[in-house]
Design a binder for this molecule. Structure first.
Ligand code: OGA
Ligand code: NI
Length: 366
């Protein structure tokens, strides 16, 4: 995956949260207990009217709908990307058996004894393997989450030592799944381009061989969900992210909208899509990468399988000419995408702060 830190860092002790759960202690280790301002106010995130749910896009209407259906769905897509930076996609054409299979191997992996999983360790400051990513210091708070991440495309970002041999079908399932998700990302980017009124191939032509990585997040139940976070608030550094929620998954993913954390209600067989920082920059802020986080549940574990799709590290990124005019001056500078990826993976998750890297006049970087 993207280049790593060159200096040794001390991240201190990182407890494995599944092991903490097994130990059945009621007290949460201090490193997981968030400062007051960061704690999730779970009471404030229960039932919301339907209008505050993220839009659902029917991909079959974009792929093979009649003119009217296509037009309607494209308008919905553009409104979703502008107002939410998130949507769910149904009728995505990916074999539901494959979605089930990836979930099954992911679950089997996370259920292995911790010693087995730790044969694929995520080294401090890196983002592939089993462990916790984005931890850079001893005093940084930890997320209530076990992660397993792999770089997939191009092959040069792969670390074969980190590919599990158990469960035996793990690798082949990841290969088939990632091919299908790659196709989906390409289709979605084509429709996203059309929804912006630019040529459908704009992103594909610009991106070169797109970088693809995958992360499986396992959030064990937590006796004090009010004190911890499953995943710290962040926006994704990708162009597009595809998130599969485990079957029967509880609500866990939340998006920050108008200063309120809005939960994403899982929709059966749907995939959650979100706009990453790269599309925000390319569209000069018209489409936004929304800040999101994950919270935990008192009784239920939760699994998510996340794919990040981004341009090749080689390419230069900046607002597209079509998105800039007198009324919309450039909000972001031009930069090399590899440099941004490096910046992203070498900083802790902290809302949308990482994107200050690209801002012409960073608001929050003092
Ligand atoms: C991520 C992410 C949310 C979730 O992995 O970038 O936002 O619900 N995950 O797991
Ligand atoms: Ni994310």
């Amino acid at each position: 995956m993207a280049p790593v830190l060159e200096f040794p860092i001390n991240v201190g002790r990182i407890d494995d949260v599944q092991e903490l759960k097994k130990a059945r202690k009621t007290e949460i280790p201090n490193r997981f207990v968030r400062d007051m301002a960061e704690r999730p106010m779970l009471a404030a995130t229960t039932p919301l009217p339907l209008s505050t749910s993220i839009p659902v896009i029917d991909l079959s209407k974009l792929m093979k709908g009649n003119k009217e259906e296509f037009h309607f769905e494209i308008l919905k897509l553009s409104a979703s990307c502008e107002e939410w930076g998130f949507f769910q996609v149904i009728n995505h054409g990916i074999d539901l058996d494959l979605l089930e299979k990836i979930e099954k191997v992911a679950m089997e992996f996370f259920m292995l004894p911790v010693e087995e999983k730790q044969k694929y360790p995520m080294a401090p400051g890196t983002v592939q393997g089993y462990g916790q990513a984005f931890v850079f210091s001893e005093d940084q708070k930890l997320d209530w989450c076990n992660m397993f991440a792999l770089g997939l495309v191009p092959h040069s970002i792969r670390n074969p030592k980190l590919w599990p041999t158990n469960p035996p079908t793990f690798s082949e399932t990841v290969e088939s799944y990632s091919k299908e998700i790659r196709k989906l990302c390409k289709d979605l980017l084509r429709f996203i381009a059309l929804s912006l009124g630019v040529g459908g191939n704009v992103f594909e032509e610009m991106f070169g061989v797109s970088v693809q990585a995958m992360r499986m997040n396992y959030y064990p139940a937590c006796p004090r969900p009010d004190l911890v976070l499953g995943l710290s608030p962040h926006s994704d550094g990708s162009a597009l992210t595809v998130l599969q929620q485990g079957k029967g998954s509880t609500v866990g993913l939340q998006i920050l909208k108008n200063n309120t954390w809005v939960p994403i209600q899982p929709v059966r067989n749907a995939l959650v899509i979100n706009i990453g920082d790269t599309i925000e920059v390319l569209t000069n802020g018209r489409y936004k990468s929304s800040e999101h986080r994950a919270v935990t549940h008192k009784e239920k574990d939760r699994l998510s399988i996340v794919t990040f799709y981004a341009p090749s590290y080689e390419i230069e990124i900046g607002p597209m000419a079509e998105m800039v005019d007198e009324n919309n001056p450039s909000k972001y500078r031009r930069y090399n995408h590899g440099e941004y990826s490096r910046h992203y993976v070498t900083n802790k998750l902290q809302g949308k702060k990482t994107l200050d890297f690209a801002k012409i006049s960073p608001k929050n970087s003092f």
